[in-house]
Design a protein around this ligand. Sequence first.
Ligand code: HEM
Ligand code: HEM
Length: 240
Amino acid sequence: MASKRSQPYQPLLLRILHGITSLFAIAAIVTAFWTYDIYDGRWGRIYLPKYTEIEGIHGTFGLWTLLIFPLFVFYAFNRGQHRLIDSNSLVKLAEFGKPIWWYTLHRLVNTVSILALTLAVFSGKMMNEKWLPEGELNHVWYYVHLVGWLILVICIAIHLLMNIKVGGVSLILSMFNWRFRSEDSPKLWRRNFSIWRDRFGMSTVKQWLQSRSLLKIIEIFVLVAIILAWIVSLLKELLF
Ligand code: HEM
Ligand code: HEM
């Protein structure tokens, strides 16, 4: 399926990974609010139906987000790094109001959105499903998780506004387009993966670790946070 070159184009792999991650994250955000509405409501509530299963459904969407998220992170910090911050971002942010300023801000918001999702899934793994039904609303990790929700919602809202500002509605729609260019065909993925695997070795890892950019530090931070989330929650299961 050929796509017109004049319209914004998103690589198919990005569309798939970004689409699944954001779909699960948005489902987690909605079910999270419902869970909060039933058991908490200290900062306002809208009295949704008392469907207590929603907590488990939220946990499932949260978990699915956590499972797909590392793949999205891997993509975004490697093939997609031209849409995240770079070493010149601070300089470009000084050019207030110019198109480059908006584009740099867009890249900054993309990067911060990844950090926001990291905070939400990490703090989710620190949660205990018994706290809310038992009325225990003052756990530090619960507050962190609530703040994570708020930051993520704000980030997604600004992310959408920035997308509209830099590329208009056609940029948003390009994320939901099913057409792909022949060089982006899934038929080539197997071959591309084999080439990548053959080239992969200790020298690749060394090279990766040697380049010390702010983006690299953020990437390592996010990946370590995801791994730690699993280790800590497994330890909790084993010890308590
Ligand atoms: C949890 C929610 C989300 C997160 C964490 C997120 C994060 C990101 C990131 C990191 C990128 C850059 C990808 C790269 O490096 O190649 C990106 C791009 C993009 N996102 Fe999202 N996103 C989310 C939700 C959404 C939603 C709901 C939409 C629209 C309905 C959207 C529309 C887009 C578009 C159009 C781009 C491409 C921007 C460009 O080409 O410059 N995102 N997103
Ligand atoms: C109002 C905000 C939120 C509330 C009240 C809330 C509530 C909860 C509760 C009670 C749990 C424990 C339930 C369980 O493990 O089955 C949990 C787990 C979790 N939450 Fe949230 N959450 C909120 C926001 C979010 C957001 C925005 C995300 C982002 C995706 C998220 C991701 C997770 C994850 C990954 C888990 C662990 C699931 C598991 O390991 O089974 N949560 N949350």
